[in-house]
Ligand binder design. Structure first.
Ligand code: IVH
Length: 678
């Protein structure tokens, strides 16, 4: 959290109130507040501190004690006020809040419920005899806006409940990450500006009428008017039974806890899951579970006393776009990257962010010097979403697009959305070779640094296959290359000639394939010649390759044909390696078909390996999985059947637990595949 010092004078206090009121108004209008959530919260706390020291100076506009900072009003009165939540920012503050509540009640709380704080917009959905009648925004908490026109596009908000009850559902409407991506594609395709972040996207979508396209949203129910006697956890179950979507359908599902220690534990778990969730959360909500406790605690004007939000750091911030860099990738793609005024997002300093491609920059209307929204969801690379057009000063300048390849100076192919140097991967011969000789590919030591440049610039090597025809004399003639280094390098190249097929294939850096896919392709086809001959249909038969990817891989193979031919001629990747078991994996046509203890298992390896696996790299453990008949993958999903969790296994283990996936230790796993440990 950013700290703002409490105002020290009456004028500083008045300034702070004005800033907060303007920020709240912009935020609730279209999500475009120049203050991040953290800054806003800190500012309001500073205002509160001043007001409690100087109660006689309280300004009527002050955002403290008001729902939505007093920013919004609507015209349909709410049946029961739609309240906000008080915030705490640490485990200690949460404990102090819980103790305060128990003191007020005069007895321990009869259980807690801990659930995600969904980062969207609160709505009230009125049902009569089980049919949806009206959908309202929160507005100022007392009256909201009628947004019934948007109800059809909200998934999880049924037009009809499973029972003909009179009820008002309350909950949050948001755009999931996928819905957000889709919304921005559709909007920019229609000539609109991209949404800055999912919340403003949800706000804009709910309000909009008569759009020529449809954007779907998602509803999560977390409360109701008309079921007042149920405890909170029981209420959520009832809402799900009635057909409403609740967070119970997600890994961050609400959990009833008996003790504060359990509450803290679940808060930490939900915070850890944040990066892997399909939707944004900005905190964790802790509620007294029992209806009797809730009634006894009651509510203040702004928030209930029986619930609190443990806020998590914001994942989007506003900062300045300083410059755009153009980098040429291994395959010749020229990718723009935003250079930002460094900003701390969720504890990480962000100085760069991806910009997808030139057309995307144009669509978003970005200028150098713009204030921009930067979004960082979990471990995803930060992205620049949109400029704050209202904040422009006139000093902003257009982004210059390169006219020649910034690496080799040759022409740029701009026919596709992603620009590419006309030399393709030839432009990046050095980078391609460095990649090919990396530990997980051909593992040739001594070619990482300037040697690769020497070889390429000396005309000795233009692709990876050329390494295998280098002679001792050629190498000795290079500057600073002695006999010992030459012999070591030649020996490493000879070892690489016998590398398993999947490593040789991986070394080619075919777009759309990484280490896992290379293993599957190698196991499926069995030889470089068979891979070279594969058409789209043959490739699409490989597990995990759809028709789109098959097309891409075939195009890549056609481009690489001369390199493949040289490799085949040089007998690189033809050695029979590994234990004498079929290189199985589902879909394999390796000799004998699938076999091994892991046939049918989708395996994810996470954390530090110990015991017999301690010395293996992650790639080697994944190879072991595939040798034993399993399918290795890097992320836990519903399809995962087994997780090997070593020390410090973090969110992947948590997700596996949530999904009920079998988890084993490295030692147990080693025992399971003992016959395959080479
Ligand atoms: S309970 C009387 N539960 O956060 C109960 N609110 O910052 C008040 N929110 O206005 C709300 N997830 O829009 C509750 N699981 C959750 C929530 C949640 C998100 C929103 C809601 C509320 C705001 C307060």
């Amino acid at each position: 959290m950013t700290d703002a010092a409490a105002p020290t004078s009456r004028t500083a206090y008045a300034d702070a109130v004005t800033t907060a009121v303007q920020a709240a108004a912009a935020y609730y209008a279209d999500g475009s507040s120049p203050l991040g959530d953290d800054e806003y919260d800190a500012l309001v706390r500073a205002i509160e501190a001043y007001e409690s020291a100087n109660p006689d100076q309280l300004l009527p506009d002050s955002p403290t004690g008001k729902v939505a900072g007093g920013a919004v009003t609507g015209d349909v009165p709410h049946s029961v006020p739609m309240l906000s939540l008080d915030n705490v920012f640490s485990a200690e503050e949460l404990a102090a809040w819980a103790e305060g509540l128990e003191r007020r009640l005069g007895h321990p709380v009869g259980g807690w419920c801990v659930e995600p704080k969904l980062d969207g917009l609160a709505v009230a959905a009125r049902y009569r005899a089980g049919r949806l009648q009206q959908l309202l925004t929160r507005g100022d908490g007392l009256a909201g806006e009628d947004i019934s026109h948007a109800a059809d596009a909200v998934l999880g908000l049924p037009a009809e409940l499973t029972e003909p009850v009179d009820l008002e559902l309350r909950g949050e409407v948001l755009l999931t990450h996928r819905q957000f991506e889709h919304a921005n594609q559709v909007r920019t395709a229609h000539g609109g500006l991209a949404f800055a972040h999912p919340r403003s996207g949800a706000a804009g979508t709910l309000r909009a009428k008569d759009r020529p396209y449809r954007i779907e949203l998602t509803f999560f129910a977390y409360s109701a008017v008309g079921l007042d006697d149920l405890g909170h956890a029981a209420l959520l179950e009832r809402l799900a039974d009635l057909g409403a979507n609740t967070a119970a359908s997600t890994p961050a599902r609400p959990v009833r806890c008996e003790t504060l220690a359990q509450v803290q534990q679940r808060v930490a778990e939900i915070a850890d899951l944040r990066a892997s969730l399909e939707f944004g959360i900005d905190g964790v909500v802790v509620k007294a579970d029992s209806a009797a406790d809730q009634r006894q605690a009651g509510s203040g004007s702004r928030a209930p006393r029986w619930a609190v939000a443990r806020k998590l750091a914001a994942q989007h911030k506003v900062t300045r776009l300083l410059a755009v860099e153009w980098n040429v990738g291994r395959t010749g793609i020229i990718a723009p990257r935003a250079v930002l005024e460094p900003v701390v997002i969720d504890g990480v300093t962000v100085s760069y962010a991806t910009l997808h491609n030139p057309a995307d920059i144009t669509r978003r209307g970005l200028l150098i010097g713009d204030q921009v929204f930067v979004y960082r969801a979990g471990d995803v690379i930060p992205r620049v979403e949109a400029p704050l057009v209202a904040e422009r000063t006139g000093a902003e300048t257009p982004i210059a697009f390169p006219e020649r390849c910034p690496r080799c100076g040759d022409a740029i192919d701009t026919t596709e959305q992603r620009w590419r140097c006309v030399r393709g991967r030839g432009c990046r011969a050095v980078a391609s070779i460095r990649y090919a000789v990396g530990r997980d590919q051909l593992d040739i030591e001594g070619l990482g640094g300037t040697r690769a440049v020497q070889l390429v610039e000396g005309g000795l090597v233009s692709d990876v296959a050329d390494l295998f025809t280098l002679t001792r004399d050629q190498l000795l003639a290079l500057e600073r290359m002695g006999a010992v280094s030459t012999d070591n390098l030649l020996a490493a190249i000879e070892t690489a000639r016998n590398a398993p097929l999947h490593r040789v294939f991986c070394a080619l850096g075919v777009r759309g394939t990484g280490r896992t896919m290379s293993r599957r392709i190698a196991a499926h086809f069995g030889s470089m010649a068979a891979i070279r001959a594969a058409d789209e249909q043959a490739l699409a038969a490989v597990d995990g390759i759809g028709t789109e990817k098959a097309k891409l891989v075939v195009a890549e193979l056609a481009e690489l044909a001369p390199v493949l031919d040289k490799l085949i001629a040089q007998q690189v990747g033809t050695a029979v390696t590994g234990p004498a078991v079929p290189a199985a994996g589902s879909g394999s046509v390796g000799a004998g078909g699938p076999a091994g203890p892991l046939v049918g298992e989708a395996v994810v390896v996470t954390g530090a390996m110990t015991g017999a696996l301690a010395e293996l790299s992650r790639t080697e453990v994944n190879e072991l999985v595939e040798r034993a008949g399993g399918k290795a993958s890097s992320s836990v999903s519903k399809r995962t059947t087994l997780v090997v969790a070593g020390e410090k296994a973090g969110s992947k283990r948590a997700k596996a637990e949530e999904l009920g996936v079998r988890i084993v230790s490295p030692e147990d796993f080693a025992a399971l595949v003992a016959d395959y440990l080479g």
